[in-house]
Design a protein around this ligand. Structure first.
Ligand SMILES: Nc1ncnc2c1ncn2[C@@H]1O[C@H](COP(=O)(O)OP(=O)(O)OP(=O)(O)O)[C@@H](O)[C@H]1O
Length: 603
């Protein structure tokens, strides 16, 4: 998958966009975190004051006689800091979850609108990973690391203000280490960024293998491909593990060297602090407070490396997620229609339904035409059959008709009712074309919901009527739960023919004026195929129908039949004309039908 560059500004823009509706929570979280940091910075000062007060031998002073006041102050500050930490965490959680929800919503909605070409180019596993784990990495960055960056910056400033106010020389010693740690962390950040990209891509490949095997488990078993698939999985799994081991080793080196720098910093502060204390430039209380500030600084500054490394991970995830967000949506329709504010897809009407292909050529990939100079017309209300061997381009014809793939300029034109389909708003076009695809897809929901997917508010009578025409009502009623039977992994396993008929019922319910059957009766027996076609003819007289099939019997009744061969029209005519012509159609017919069958059909 191509990675596009997402600049810092773009990332910031995305963060602000998806924080929409929860910016206030985020602001409260930052403010509460900063207040808690200030409160924590006060504690060493109270220590300092207490120690110096007691050691000064200033007996009789009010505070040395009432040390409980100092103790209570420390407790009060700790409690207040705890409350602000709580406020910060809860608001962070709300902001973070809203952020992730907005981001997931956008990705899902946008992915729905991306063209088929985009889906062909991108692996499902990888898309899933971008919409799930990458979103999680970004969420973690926004709610944890980003807040930590604010907090660390504020902590460093507050601590240095306190330290410089006590002893400039000693503060400079601590300050010396800050750029060393930051430079060191940044170098590490750069080093690790590329490796995270590779690791994420490897995770995507691994998910794809798992997803393919989960969905294609029957094929894997049927062809005895378990060993092959296990080896394929092992290969991806090993590559993935190796990448993470390398990342782990790199992190180990980073943390090891980081420990060394921290140790040196602590030693330097102790040595210089003792020297300053012995020379009387710093009191014992100040020295202890100094040591406390130094230790509170050490971890956030060291953590900066972790934050930066997580930021590099989030940076990669941002690019991966942005790849989806930036991908161009399907062209909606003619610009003039799209930009017309008064446009309402629900009232826009395709004028009439006769379909015309005019010198259409098409290639999925550059230079490899799968359709060549295809021209035909289907008058409104007629049935048009397409016959052809596998890969001859039958499905491509209907995918172009519904604009699942766009026709290139100068490669012919397709029109419905005299109007070019590129000028018809895509929503409207698809609302008028009911399609049953070669491999019907059913949701893991009830049969009723699956049929009603095309018209969610359809009545039970309408649903049953569609199912009766598709010759599936009886079978559905024989299930104990009838139309409420759950389909899929947690429900019944339907046969291929049953799935096809449910998909047909779903399409019939849509009552589209154009109906397309892409080899969608291949899994039903000839008798059921005939029953369905007869019921369709009786009940859907007005519809313009395109029927794709390998089976001559399915097409014989069509008003016109087009025979495709390697993307070209081989023959066109009625069944009778094509039989007379003695060409490829007749050959297929004779192969498929025994003489007795032919007599029966013709008689
Ligand atoms: N999304 C795609 N990307 C690239 N090539 C494709 C795509 N879909 C189909 N093709 C290629 O286009 C050619 C025509 O495919 P099409 O699916 O239209 O054939 P078909 O006649 O419907 O075949 P079948 O009867 O096997 O379904 C084939 O060579 C196929 O490999």
């Amino acid at each position: 998958m191509k990675i596009i560059t997402t600049t810092k500004y773009r990332k910031l823009h995305l963060i602000l966009r998806f924080l929409h509706g929860s910016k206030a929570y985020f602001a409260v979280a930052v403010a509460a975190s900063l207040i808690s940091t200030v409160l924590n910075a006060l504690t060493p000062q109270i220590f300092r004051f207490s120690i110096d007060e007691v050691l000064s031998g200033n007996e009789g002073s009010y505070l040395s006689d009432n040390l409980w006041i100092l103790a209570m102050t420390i407790v009060t500050v700790a409690v207040a800091s705890g409350i602000f930490t709580y406020v910060s965490r809860t608001n962070t959680a709300i902001a973070g979850e809203n952020f992730a929800k907005n981001l997931r919503d956008t990705l899902f909605t946008h992915a729905q609108k991306l063209p088929m070409k985009w889906h062909d180019r991108n692996q499902t596993g990888d898309i899933i990973q971008r919409c799930t784990s990458d979103v999680e990495v970004i969420r973690g960055f926004v709610v944890t690391q980003l807040l930590e960056v604010f907090r660390t910056a504020f902590l460093v400033i507050t601590s240095f203000v306190m330290m410089f106010s006590m002893n400039v020389k000693l503060s400079c010693v601590v300050l010396l280490f800050v750029p060393i740690v930051i430079v060191y962390s940044t170098v590490f950040y750069k080093l690790i960024a590329k490796r995270f990209t590779t690791a994420d891509e490897a995770e995507g490949e691994l998910s794809t293998v798992v997803q393919e095997n989960a969905t294609g488990v029957r094929v894997v078993r049927a062809f005895g491909r378990e060993q092959f698939e296990m080896e394929r999985f092992d290969e991806k799994n090993n590559a993935f593990a190796k990448l993470w081991i390398r990342l782990g080793t790199l992190s180990g080196v980073y943390w090891g060297i980081g420990d060394l720098i921290t140790g040196l910093q602590v030693v330097a502060v102790i040595i210089f602090g003792v020297v300053e204390a012995v020379n009387g430039f710093i009191s014992v209380g100040e020295f202890i407070a100094f040591a406390a500030y130094n230790s509170t600084l050490v971890w956030p500054i060291r953590g900066l490396g972790r934050i930066l490394s997580d930021m590099s991970k989030a940076g990669v995830s941002f690019e991966r997620v942005d790849y989806i967000i930036r991908s161009q949506e399907e062209e909606y329709g003619k610009e003039s229609v799209k930009n017309n504010e008064a446009f309402d897809a629900s009232t826009y009407e395709v004028p009439a339904y006769d379909i015309s292909f005019h010198h259409v050529s098409f290639a999925y990939e550059e230079g490899k035409d799968v359709l060549q100079d295809i021209s035909f017309t289907v008058p409104e209300g007629r049935t048009f059959g397409i016959l052809g061997g596998t890969g001859s381009g039958k499905s491509t014809v209907i995918q172009l008709l519904s604009r699942l793939y766009e026709l290139k300029d100068n490669k012919g034109s397709i029109s419905i009712g005299g109007r070019e389909i590129k000028d018809i708003p895509i929503e409207e076009l698809r609302r008028n074309i009911g399609m049953v695809l070669q491999e019907p897809f059913l949701y893991s929901r009830t049969i009723r919901e699956n049929i009603a997917a095309s018209v969610p508010d359809a009545s039970m009578d309408e649903i049953r009527y569609a199912a009766q025409i598709a010759c599936i009502d009886e079978a559905i009623m024989s299930f104990p739960d009838g139309y409420e039977t759950l389909v899929g992994e947690r429900g019944v396993t339907l046969s291929g023919g049953q799935k096809q008929r449910i998909a047909i019922a779903r399409m019939l319910l849509q009552k589209a004026p154009i109906m397309v059957f892409d080899d969608s009766l291949s899994a039903v027996d000839s008798q059921t195929d005939y029953n369905i076609r007869r019921a369709l003819k009786e009940n859907m007289k007005e519809a313009t129908v395109i029927l794709i099939s390998h089976r001559v019997t399915s097409l014989m009744g069509a008003d016109e039949i087009m025979v495709l061969h390697q993307g070209k029209i081989e023959e066109c005519g009625t069944h009778g004309e094509l039989i007379q012509r003695n060409g490829i159609y007749r050959k297929i017919y004779e192969i498929q039908m025994s003489r007795d069958d032919r007599k029966k059909m013709e008689g």
